[in-house]
Design a protein around this ligand. Structure first.
Ligand SMILES: *Cc1c(COP(=O)(O)O)cnc(C)c1O
Length: 239
């Protein structure tokens, strides 16, 4: 006889994984009194192919995070029918500005004026504008990309003059550490930097969005004010 445990059969499907992530997002919001509607889930599809992305499209996702423009160029042609908006989240060489201008709807890893200038030139050529987030380094790790916190205001003031770049907020990667306090401190720092920058009220710059939190730390990020979590492995599986 089959035992009835009273709970639904849990199979490891993408739909099931996404459902559990959403439950954890809702619980994190509830812990700090936030409205779950304030937090978006951005699937990060890097290293995963067309079939996985189509499965996620079937679950209602249209925006996908990728860290390399070459990978977007490879995947996009086979997925034109899905109407995907590609979001670049990885560190970019300036010579990739052309690919961002051609392929991406958004860039979350803007970290220097030189890149902004190259993007502006290419976007003017394409006759379009994109949303951008400025990536700030909040982790002491050498390898973590992003500009130093003290450079944020000067860069934001300069970005205000590029009409092709719609600044919407900030992005960061937390320190990779088992110490939840250290991880949380990175997220709290980004939020504080955002609050300080808002006092400047720079014309044309909006700082409503905070992209922070990944598979391993998104609950802490939400508790610290994230409006967008970038989740790869918890949706698509191990890379
Ligand atoms: C890969 C990546 C993510 C997602 O990482 P997971 O741990 O797989 O959720 C988020 N942000 C950036 C910048 C990434 O490169």
């Amino acid at each position: 006889m089959v035992q009835d445990t009273g709970s639904p059969v849990v199979t490891d499907t993408m739909a099931g994984r996404v459902q559990r992530i959403r439950q954890r997002m809702d619980a994190a919001c509830a812990r700090v009194g936030r409205d779950p509607a304030e937090v978006t889930l951005l699937p990060v599809s890097k290293t995963f192919g067309e079939a996985s992305i189509r499965e996620a499209v079937g679950l209602g996702f249209r925006r996908f995070g990728e860290n390399r423009t070459q990978e977007i160029a490879q995947k996009a042609p086979g997925l034109v029918d899905c109407d995907i908006q590609w979001v670049v989240i990885g560190q970019l060489q300036t010579n990739k500005a052309k690919d961002v201008a051609r392929l991406a709807s958004e860039l979350q890893s803007l970290d220097r004026l030189e890149l902004a200038q190259a993007l502006d030139r290419r976007l003017q050529g394409e006759g379009r504008a994109i949303d951008v987030l400025v990536q700030v380094k909040t982790s002491p790790e050498e390898s973590k990309a992003g500009l130093e916190a003290v450079e944020l205001l000067p860069l934001l003031r300069q970005l205000a003059r590029f009409q092709t770049l719609r600044v919407k907020g900030l992005m960061t990667l937390a320190v990779l550490s088992p110490d939840a306090g250290a991880v949380r401190a990175c997220f709290a720092q980004l939020r504080q930097l955002r609050d300080q920058a808002r006092h400047e009220a720079i014309e044309g710059i909006s700082l409503d969005r905070l992209s922070m939190g990944m598979s391993g730390d998104f609950e802490l990020a939400i508790e610290e004010g994230s409006t967008e979590i970038r989740v790869g492995s918890a949706i698509f599986g191990a890379r």
